[in-house]
Write a protein that binds this ligand. Structure first.
Ligand code: MN
Length: 292
C-alpha cells in the first residue's frame, strides 16, 4: 500500500488568549497560510498546549458567545472545563473526556474552567476542533455528546505497548461512540517508547496528527516532537508511527466537504447571506438567553 506522505511538520504558532482561560495555538485556519478547506471537514484547530494555571476562586474562561453551522469538539487532556448553554444544558468535561457539541441552528454558550479545578490550579491542556456541517445539516437541532474516556472505543496493542482510544470513526474494527454528519476519524493513540503502529486511512481524507505528549517518528523519516502538527498529502493510505518516547498522538482524518465556505467570527455557513441571517437571528434573540 502506498504511504501517505508528510506535507509539513509544523511547530505551534504563537499563542493567543481566548477569554482569560484558554491560551491557544491556532494551527488552522489562521495560524499558517492554509486554505480554509485544506483540513475539511475540520475547519479550526485551537490547541491549548500544557500550561499551569494558578489557583483562583473565580474560574477563568470565555463568556457568553454564539455558534451556528458547525460542531465544536473539546478534548480535555489536563484540567476540566465547565459549560452552560441557552437551552439549559450544562456539564463538566473531565480529564480524558470529550464533548462533541453540535451547534447546528445555534446556541449561546460559555466555557469556563471547572470550579474545583480552578480552586486548585495546575496543568491544563485542551484541544478544540470546529467540525463543519454539510449544508443540508447546518440548521440541525443543537445537541451534545458527552464522551467519557471509558466510553471511547478501546483498541489495545497486544504487547502492552499502548492502545488507541477511538472517539469517532473506526480503528481496526473498533468503533468510536461519536455520531457524525460526515465521515470522520478522531483517535488518541497512546504509544510506549520504542513501540510502533500503522494507520490506514483513505487517500482522499484530509489527514493530520497533533503530538500531545512525547515524540514520534512518522513514516520512518519525519521527527515530530510534542505540540507539533503533522499534515499529510492526499497521496496514499498508510502512515507508520514509532514512538521515541512515551507518546500521545491525536489523529484527525475526514472526507472533505466540497461546499462553499462563508465564515465570520462564531459562524460557519455557506453564503454571505446566511452569515447576515445568523447575525439577524442573534439580534432577535433566536439563539435563546444566557447570563454571563
Ligand atoms: Mn464556544
Amino acid at each position: 500500500m502506498a504511504t501517505k506522505t508528510i506535507q509539513e511538520i509544523l511547530p505551534p504558532p504563537p499563542p493567543h488568549m481566548v477569554g482569560d482561560g484558554f491560551r491557544v495555538h491556532n494551527f488552522f485556519p489562521g495560524g499558517y497560510d492554509m486554505d480554509q478547506k485544506r483540513m475539511s471537514p475540520f475547519f479550526l484547530l485551537d490547541y491549548n498546549s500544557k500550561i499551569d494555571f494558578s489557583a483562583r476562586e473565580t474560574p477563568r474562561g470565555v463568556g457568553v458567545h454564539p455558534h451556528r453551522g458547525f460542531e465544536t469538539v473539546t478534548i480535555a487532556y489536563k484540567g476540566k472545563v465547565a459549560h452552560h448553554d441557552s437551552y439549559g444544558h450544562s456539564g463538566v468535561i473531565g480529564e480524558g473526556d470529550v464533548q462533541w457539541m453540535t451547534a447546528g441552528s445555534g446556541v449561546l454558550h460559555k466555557e469556563y474552567h471547572d470550579e474545583t479545578y480552578s480552586k486548585e490550579g495546575g496543568p491544563f491542556q485542551m484541544v478544540q476542533l470546529w467540525v463543519n456541517l454539510p449544508a443540508k445539516d447546518k440548521m440541525t437541532e443543537p445537541k451534545y455528546q458527552a464522551i467519557t474516556a471509558m466510553q471511547m472505543g478501546k483498541y489495545e496493542i497486544l504487547d502492552a505497548g499502548g492502545g488507541v482510544d477511538v472517539i469517532a470513526g473506526e480503528f481496526n474494527s473498533v468503533k468510536g461512540p461519536a455520531t457524525t454528519f460526515s465521515p470522520i476519524e478522531v483517535y488518541n493513540i497512546r504509544l510506549k517508547k520504542n513501540k510502533s503502529i500503522t494507520l490506514n486511512l483513505p487517500e482522499n481524507y484530509n489527514t493530520a496528527l497533533l503530538v500531545i505528549e512525547g515524540e514520534v517518528q512518522v513514516n520512518g523519516s519525519g521527527t515530530a516532537p510534542a505540540d507539533n502538527f503533522v499534515l499529510f498529502n492526499n497521496d496514499g493510505t498508510e502512515i507508520s508511527l514509532s514512538a521515541s518516547d512515551d507518546s500521545i498522538i491525536l489523529v484527525l482524518s475526514g472526507l472533505p466537504i466540497d461546499e462553499p465556505i462563508a465564515a465570520y467570527g462564531p459562524f460557519l455557513m455557506n453564503t454571505h447571506e446566511e452569515l447576515q441571517q445568523a447575525y439577524d437571528d442573534l439580534r432577535k434573540g433566536k439563539f435563546g438567553q444566557l447570563e454571563d
